[in-house]
Structures are given as structure tokens and as C-alpha cells.
Design a protein around this ligand. Structure first.
Ligand SMILES: C[S@@+](CC[C@H](N)C(=O)[O-])C[C@H]1O[C@@H](n2cnc3c(N)ncnc32)[C@H](O)[C@@H]1O
Length: 206
């Protein structure tokens, strides 16, 4: 029997979806199920950065993974025409995995040029530490799906989690560089629950 994985995310459902959002989930989402792609964003929240990636990389397939269905519904609403519910042209390169990214990674042989993880849940209580997604084991999984010159880009404003991630990287063969990035503000960055300065970014490479 396979080892039961520890859940790294909070709730999957929030407030009731609008009729349009529910239609998009029922009818459009199944058509956007990813197989292979060039850029992956893990835990996209409401999807602001996925949209930015799609807009700036029209020749690449962008895959977003997010198990929180209200976030998935927000992204779907913002990338479709409200009259036809069809994908807007600039977002035709988006695919969505509406579940745990670890399940997706078992199904794909993609070699991503970029893998983004913005504001991963810090699970600050010591007893929840095992829920942190960016463990050495998971980073090793990501490195298998990283192109030879690919980059895993991680952003967080939670300094303790930042240091913990660096410790996890040391247990892998990846190298880490601290980077100063200027990217669009996501919902969690805006919330800035940790009350710190601008997020810090790490770029991991083979
Ligand atoms: C703190 S939120 C940040 C959302 C977004 N990146 C932002 O900056 O606004 C972390 C997100 O990661 C998602 N997440 C946690 N574990 C995940 C997993 N195993 N696969 C995919 N997404 C996951 C959660 O559902 C949550 O939406």
C-alpha cells in the first residue's frame, strides 16, 4: 500500500461559488487538464501570477496547480469571456490542475524551465511543520521535473520558513541563490500576514 501523504494545504472549499464560476468549473475546467507544459506555478491562490506568466510567455504552456476551488474559480473567471465562457486569447496557454500538485507530478514527464512557488503556506506552529510543502523530499521531486537549465523560484515573506527552506535545499543536490525580484503582487503578498518587508526570493538550480 502507498504511503499516505501529509496534507500541505488548508481548506479545498470556501464560500459558495457564483453560478458562472460553477459552470466554469463543471464545463471548462475538465478541458484544461494538463499533460505537459513549460512553466509550472504551484499553489497559485487566485491566479494573478499565472495570468502574468501566460501573458508574458505566449509561446509557452503555463500549468497552474491549486486545490482550493474558490481560487481555481477566480482564475477561471478572470481568464474567460463573461459572455461566452471561452478562454480569452491571451490566456489560451493556461492549463489547470485543480488538486495537489504532487499527484500531477506523478502523471507528467514535463521538464519545466521554471517552477514558481509564491508564498507557500508557512505552517508556523511547530506541530504543523511536517505540513510544509517545500521539504527536501519534495524539492527532489521537483528537480526531476526541472529542465537542465531550469529554475525553481520561491518567494516568501515568512523569514523562519525562508531559513527552513534553505536548510532543506542543503539536503538536496540543488543550489540556491537569494534573488531580488520585482514581480506582480499576489493576494497573499498583499495580505502580508507575517508583517515583514518585501518578500525574499530563492532561485534553485541543478
Ligand atoms: C498562502 S497561499 C499563497 C497563494 C498564492 N501563491 C499567493 O501568493 O497569493 C498557499 C497556496 O498553496 C496551495 N497549496 C498548498 N499545498 C499545495 C499542494 N500540495 N499542491 C498545490 N497547491 C498547494 C494552498 O491551497 C494555497 O492556496
Amino acid at each position: 500500500m502507498e504511503k499516505q501523504e501529509i496534507r500541505t494545504f488548508g481548506r479545498r472549499h470556501g464560500k459558495k461559488l457564483s453560478m458562472r464560476q460553477q459552470t466554469l468549473i463543471d464545463e471548462l475546467l475538465p478541458t484544461l487538464c494538463p499533460e505537459n507544459g513549460d512553466i509550472l506555478e504551484i499553489g497559485f491562490g487566485a491566479g494573478e501570477h499565472v495570468r502574468d506568466l501566460a501573458h508574458n510567455n505566449p509561446d509557452k504552456t503555463i500549468i497552474g496547480a491549486e486545490p482550493f476551488m474558490n481560487g481555481v474559480a477566480s482564475l477561471l473567471s478572470s481568464i474567460t469571456d463573461p459572455k461566452t465562457n471561452r478562454l480569452l486569447d491571451e490566456y489560451k496557454n493556461i492549463r489547470i490542475w485543480a488538486d495537489d500538485v504532487r499527484d500531477f507530478l506523478r502523471t507528467t514527464d514535463s521538464k519545466f524551465v521554471q517552477i514558481w512557488v509564491l508564498h507557500p503556506d508557512p505552517w508556523p506552529k511547530a506541530r504543523h511543520e511536517k505540513r510544509r510543502l517545500l521539504s527536501a523530499e519534495f524539492l527532489n521531486t521537483l528537480s526531476k521535473n526541472l529542465a537542465p537549465h531550469g529554475e525553481i523560484i520561491i518567494g516568501t515573506d515568512h523569514w523562519e520558513y525562508f531559513d527552513w527552506i534553505l536548510e532543506q535545499v542543503k539536503l538536496t543536490k540543488l543550489t540556491a541563490t537569494i534573488a531580488d525580484l520585482d514581480i506582480i503582487q499576489t493576494r497573499y503578498q498583499h495580505k502580508n500576514k507575517a508583517g515583514t518587508e518585501n518578500p525574499k526570493y530563492l532561485i534553485l538550480r541543478h
